[in-house]
Design a binder for this molecule. Sequence first.
Ligand SMILES: Cc1cc2nc3c(=O)[nH]c(=O)nc-3n(C[C@H](O)[C@H](O)[C@H](O)COP(=O)(O)O)c2cc1C
Length: 164
Amino acid sequence: MPISSDLYRQLGRASAGAVSVVATYEAESDAIVGLTISSFVTLSFEPPLVMYAIQRHTASYAPMVTCRSFGVSLLNVAQSDVARHFAKPRRACGTQMPFDTGREVRVPLIPAALAQIECVTNDVFMSGDHAIVVGLVEAARTSEGEPLLYFGRQYGNFSPLTDR
Ligand SMILES: Cc1cc2nc3c(=O)[nH]c(=O)nc-3n(C[C@H](O)[C@H](O)[C@H](O)COP(=O)(O)O)c2cc1C
């Protein structure tokens, strides 16, 4: 017997994660579509694959799972306003925010992010009410800085333990 939705939500709050934005150019309109995620994972060294999960009932679901390429921007601790913006319902993505464009793959990327990753869609797996989107990394850049984290419905920073 599966657990209740309340207990499942508690599990979500107990799980800390790094915050990223995934984005693409919508095929027909060429408008930027993107959303804030905490499900980004580096998946495979050879070939270099990354993945994230997207909820089926989000407005950005169809463009994100059908796109041929997407960008992942791992946000830095000073970018919580960007994370809030891309988590808002009915947000306008392309008009209010500056974007970089990938050098190898034409994907939208957040300027000054901790990492910018240019992906070609490699696989999409359906699982429960989410799709798992796997990308082949064609180019990536990292910058110095601290990650933006999310825990217990709050944004925060990483502070290393001093006694180890
Ligand atoms: C910190 C944080 C992490 C999130 N992680 C995910 C995620 O991994 N996958 C997902 O589908 N939505 C995630 N969301 C929700 C989306 O950002 C967004 O709110 C949702 O897609 C609804 O917008 P839409 O229907 O306009 O696309 C997250 C939201 C926040 C604030």
